[in-house]
Ligand binder design. Structure first.
Ligand SMILES: [Zn+2]
Length: 67
């Protein structure tokens, strides 16, 4: 099975600008202003044969809330 690793997952924003797809968590989701957003960009693994895509957060530790 051939896997294309680390393909860039792209998202599109205003004016068709390309952004690296990312995931986000919030340390204080109930806060009105300072929600303390934490993000990680996302990389994709693509199967060459069937096109199946798996997504991986590049820096998963940065999404974890402190205990
Ligand atoms: Zn496949």
């Amino acid at each position: 099975m051939e896997i294309i690793a680390d393909a860039q997952a792209l998202d599109r924003g205003d004016g068709n600008a390309k952004y690296e797809l990312s995931v986000a968590t919030f340390r204080k989701p109930d806060a009105v202003i300072f929600k303390q957003r934490q993000t990680s960009t996302v990389s994709a693994w693509v199967c060459e044969q069937c096109g199946y895509v798996e997504l991986y957060a590049d820096t998963p530790a940065s999404l974890k809330s402190p205990k």
